[in-house]
Write a protein that binds this ligand. Structure first.
Ligand SMILES: Nc1ncnc2c1ncn2[C@@H]1O[C@H](COP(=O)(O)OP(=O)(O)OP(=O)(O)O)[C@@H](O)[C@H]1O
Ligand SMILES: [Mg+2]
Length: 264
């Protein structure tokens, strides 16, 4: 098997007396579309925060392409090709969609935000970035939104633009934290289909947090990591997850009630 893009081993994160993530291990391979799922507060976003360098884990390791990234800063991890979105979308509201794509993500601002913005707009490859931004909007099938103000977008459209922004630097792995939460059914479906297409077309990997088990089981991910109370309950294909009694008992029964965007 080819080298994993991401390898998380025995990851543990404590906040004071609270153990948010308990010895979590899993891998994401090249060109894989992997779901990370589990009930509220089970440690999904904390796992993302440790992978992307925003939090220092208490113990355990994060490897990126076989390289120990456990103590790297967010900008260093970004430079290795990992980009992420946040559970709460962070667009620049008074900028247009295309401008939002051109501004580097906030984690890249170190050490000087103003310098990062000025540099990004004066580099010779500015034109290439603009072309790339339009290509990304094409890939997400929303080229018509290029000149809309971010403040005019619906929640679902904002999430799409946020995904677009994470795709700007030709990432190797996209970490998406609930990109379809609260998004209406048809748009949520479109986002999943687009992601599947992007994975197939470009060979990048995607790790997506999705709260609604019912939704993620049916929308084309290759494997699912199921977390519960900070631990990994199982890792398997959608079929394997669907037929795992432990998962059904711990989680699946409640999943149908959630607002993950599924529409009948
Ligand atoms: N910075 C923090 N300081 C203290 N506790 C935290 C912090 N971040 C998260 N936690 C706690 O860690 C646990 C896991 O939180 P986390 O946000 O990772 O869950 P989640 O699986 O992403 O949940 P949700 O589905 O609601 O987004 C929760 O009990 C949460 O309150
Ligand atoms: Mg979360």
């Amino acid at each position: 098997m080819s080298e994993p893009v991401l390898k998380v081993e025995n990851l543990r994160k404590e906040f004071g007396g609270l153990v948010a993530v308990k010895d979590v291990s899993f891998e994401v391979g090249p060109g894989e579309f992997v779901g990370l799922i589990g009930p509220n507060g089970c440690g999904k976003s904390t796992t993302f925060n440790c992978i992307s360098g925003l939090l220092d884990q208490t113990t355990g390791t994060v490897e990126i392409f076989g390289k120990d990234a456990s103590t790297m800063r967010p900008d260093q991890i970004q430079n290795l090709g990992f980009t992420r979105t946040f559970q709460h979308t962070r667009l620049w509201r008074q900028m247009t969609v295309i401008e939002n794509l051109l501004v580097p993500p906030r984690e890249q601002f170190k050490p000087n935000p103003l310098k990062a913005i000025l540099q990004s707009s004066s580099r010779p490859e500015e034109k290439e970035r603009l072309t790339r931004a339009y290509d990304v909007l094409d890939q997400l099938e929303v080229p018509h939104m290029a000149h809309n103000l971010a403040s005019e977008l619906s929640g679902g459209q904002s999430k799409l633009v946020d995904i677009g922004r994470s795709m700007m630097g030709d990432p190797k792995l996209l970490l998406l934290d609930e990109p379809v939460a609260g998004v209406a059914g048809p748009l949520a479906l479109k986002i999943f289909n687009n992601l599947r297409q992007i994975v197939d077309d470009t060979g990048i990997s995607v790790l997506i947090i999705e709260h609604n088990m019912d939704f993620i089981l049916r929308q084309g991910v290759d494997r699912i990591v199921v977390m519960n109370e900070g631990e990994i309950l199982m890792v398997g294909t959608p079929d394997e997850v669907r037929s795992n009694r432990e998962v059904i008992e711990a989680y699946l029964g409640a999943a149908g009630d959630d607002s993950g965007g599924e529409e009948e």
